[in-house]
Design a binder for this molecule. Sequence first.
Ligand code: ATP
Ligand code: MG
Length: 362
Amino acid sequence: MLHTARAVAILLALSVAGITAAFLSLVDGVSSLGVLVSFLVAGAATYLLSFITLEFFIFREINHIHEVLHKLKKKDLSFLQEASAKDTRNPLRRINQEIFNFAGLKQREIEELKRMADFRREFLADVSHELKTPIFAAQGYIYTLLDGAADDEAVRTRFLQKAANSLDGLDVLVQDLLMLSQLETKQIRMYYSYFNLAELIRAVFDQMEGKAESQGIALRLPADFPEQLWVWADKQRIQQVITNLTSNAIKYSNDSPEGGGWVEAQVREEGDRIRVLIKDNGRGIPAEHLNRIFERFYRVEKSRAKVSGGTGLGLAIVKHILEAHKSQIDVQSEVGKGSVFSFRLKKRKDKRSRSQQTELAE
Ligand SMILES: Nc1ncnc2c1ncn2[C@@H]1O[C@H](COP(=O)(O)OP(=O)(O)OP(=O)(O)O)[C@@H](O)[C@H]1O
Ligand SMILES: [Mg+2]
């Protein structure tokens, strides 16, 4: 580009110097030395001016466009920050920046679309796989019955029960999926109210007592567990969060090495928040899985979880509900020792009047 600028500048300089010298030679009284000097001065001045203008204002910008196009081809978007940071009065450079920004934006959109397409493909594969399992199981029992097993009354009842269980599992899966997609697209609103969190935790524990007992797990509350603890949240959704966490703690506790598994709920005041902790002494979660268990369909041990009937959606739902409460789920876990899942909720402000207690938030 430097050569092009120089060549154009030399051509312009020669033309301007030639024309100037030609005019001067027509004027009476101008010596040939004067004509030569004016030829040289006009040529040098024109050369310098045109070279600087072409090189710094035009060719350099065109060079820049080439560089950016090259980077775009290589999917290197680092130039975006550089371009937007520069504030210039040069109109050509401003136009360039606009073009760069636009091209970069489009490139990012393309990347995002590709990422979404991959995500959709993966999600579809996971959903079909999860749906297939209970459908195949129910189908198997029903066809066996149709093939003659229905004649034996004991077999009939057992197989029908198994088919019904598979379809119940399918129902839970579809409900969970529906809820997750509604939470993600923000179609589910949180209906905030003040409620007694201590009472809610006791109710969930009462409800799950039977399931825990059948697996030899003790559900317990500390001796100083409060009677009243008012928080500001969507009661139904928080009940679901506590239920999912407790159900996991029970489910993944049953092969606790010490036997005598337990699940404990604790509450702690942290400023204007209440922290709820669900602890267990179960198998624990290896560190490398800890930040992935909140992804949908993610299970630590696929085959083992399959026996317990989990689909890997519970924690994804928990995470979304808490995010909608502008809170988050935290986890600490040690393999063979147990896990602690915890989250925080807004405490009730005492000054607030009872009439304001229930309102639609957001
Ligand atoms: N308390 C826990 N102790 C040990 N592992 C856990 C615990 N909670 C969750 N996990 C691990 O995290 C994974 C994801 O949990 P999540 O609740 O999302 O799915 P799930 O329990 O397998 O299925 P679902 O809840 O949809 O029925 C589980 O499969 C399990 O491997
Ligand atoms: Mg679960």
